[in-house]
Design a protein around this ligand. Structure first.
Ligand code: SME
Length: 191
């Protein structure tokens, strides 16, 4: 039975399927890295939809979404949200080391994604003018702008990797599809 996540066990992180049960509820994350990248993302999108279903609390969904992506993809050292407070970006739920709290629109990779409303794929963070280093391990990065259907800037989804050129156009499409699932679940707050 598909239902709300009430319990998440690290032991089950790399099981081969996702499952939700009631009493006690449990969630298993598939790594499925044997699949071609696009197919893997399709699977993750379906799993994210199930993970966020039935829950409208956007902080809860943002926290679980961050953990889900962080533990589902290889070679990541940070995955999380920056939300727009009406003036600047403020860090939200994430996985990884403590991060910079506030980022102005137009600054760094996150502020650039927010200002341009275009996904930023950064193959080498050291070559990105104005990159904001929160974790010295980060070598590459992808940032997806989160925009509500009415055009309101919600924030950005930011993922870092310790591997150079970890992200490509397929990752961008996949991350954007995942973010669309989050935005749909967050709509009561965004509208
Ligand atoms: N590198 C980002 C800052 C956020 S951290 O990566 C978590 C940037 O340049 O905006």
């Amino acid at each position: 039975m598909i239902g709300k996540v009430a319990c998440f066990t690290l032991d089950n992180l790399f099981a081969s399927f996702i499952a939700f049960n009631h009493g006690p509820s449990m969630f298993e994350v598939s790594s499925a890295s044997h699949l071609p990248k696009a197919a893997h993302y399709e699977e993750l999108v379906a799993q994210a939809r199930a993970l966020l279903a039935d829950e409208t609390d956007w902080i809860a969904n943002a926290a679980n979404f961050s953990s889900f992506v962080f533990h589902s993809l290889s070679d990541l050292n940070w995955a999380g949200f920056y939300f727009h407070d009406g003036r600047e970006l403020v860090v939200g739920p994430f996985q990884g080391k403590p991060a910079c709290v506030r980022i102005a629109l137009g600054k760094g990779v996150c502020g650039t994604a927010a200002q341009t409303r275009k996904t930023q794929i950064v193959r080498d963070v050291h070559a990105f003018p104005g990159h904001i280093a929160c974790d010295s391990a980060s070598q590459s990065e992808i940032v997806v702008p989160l925009v509500a259907p009415d055009g309101t800037l919600i924030g950005v989804w930011d993922v870092d990797s310790p591997v150079l050129a970890r992200f490509d156009e397929e990752d961008a499409k996949g991350m954007e599809a995942l973010c669309a699932v989050f935005i749909e679940a967050a709509l009561p707050r965004a509208s």
